[in-house]
Design a protein around this ligand. Structure first.
Ligand code: ZN
Ligand code: ZN
Length: 240
């Protein structure tokens, strides 16, 4: 089993990441991917690129090293009411929007607050994917929230970096996966790479997917055509 597209990758534009788009696309080709999304951090995090970075993503060729480049952003969830730190005008040029909770941008609330936060984000039409939703910092009620995420056509992320490096994320992800299986909530498996050689490689994620006997048809990014259909349904001007 392997992903066809890695939809969460960082470049040197976020300064705690260390590879260029060209290096990332080369590694993606080596890993046999069809596409990658470039998803650097939105403005509220201190080491994010200037907003012009996102305005100007169109200067990047659509295909680099035989890999399709999707123009994306990792937005910050800034409250428990469904808001992110991306100006509305920018959404028109974005082809893939991840919404994540990060320490500098939102103080963790109670389980009720965090659950409300994810439910309201699920309702936000501008978002495609909820990023690394299984950290210990932002505990939420999966059973309650996942129904809304499914109802509003969003995906939750199985985030390889988070599983490997964040305390509790592995156990939380297993718990969330079991409930995604129960309620048939689609997921996306990504690396969240901050260095090119990690792109496309998700062995730990696939191990827990196997161990939980998770249905492969709920993993949206195993097939490029299926993913492309989703992207175009939400971003009609994308991928031209
Ligand atoms: Zn993140
Ligand atoms: Zn990230």
């Amino acid at each position: 089993m392997k992903i066809a597209a890695d939809l969460h990758t960082h470049t040197i534009a976020s300064t705690h990441a260390f590879s260029t788009i060209l290096e990332n696309s080369f590694s993606a080709q080596q890993a046999g991917l069809t596409a990658i999304a470039i998803t650097d951090h939105a403005p509220m995090i201190e080491d994010s690129p200037h907003i012009w970075h996102f305005n100007n993503l169109e200067v990047i060729p659509r295909i680099l090293n035989n890999v399709i480049i999707i123009r994306g952003i990792e937005a910050n969830i800034i409250d428990f009411d469904g808001n992110i730190d991306v100006p509305e005008y920018l959404h028109k040029s974005m082809e893939w929007v991840i919404a994540s909770m990060h320490g500098p941008c939102i103080t963790p609330g109670s389980i009720e607050d965090n659950t409300k936060g994810y439910i309201e984000i699920a309702k936000n039409p501008l978002i495609d994917l909820i990023g690394h939703p299984t950290t210990n910092e932002y505990v939420w009620d999966y059973e309650k929230g996942l129904k809304y995420i499914k109802e509003y056509g969003k995906f939750v992320e199985i985030n390889e970096s988070s599983i490997i490096s964040r305390r509790g994320a592995l156990e939380n992800t297993v718990r969330m996966l079991r409930l995604c299986k129960k309620y048939e909530v689609p997921v996306i498996v990504n690396t969240d790479s901050h260095f090119c050689q990690r792109i496309g490689l998700t062995p730990v994620s696939f191990k827990i997917i196997e161990e939980t006997d998770f249905p492969v048809d709920l993993i949206v990014n195993l097939e490029w055509e299926r993913l492309k259909e989703h992207i175009l349904s939400k971003h009609p001007d994308a991928l031209k």
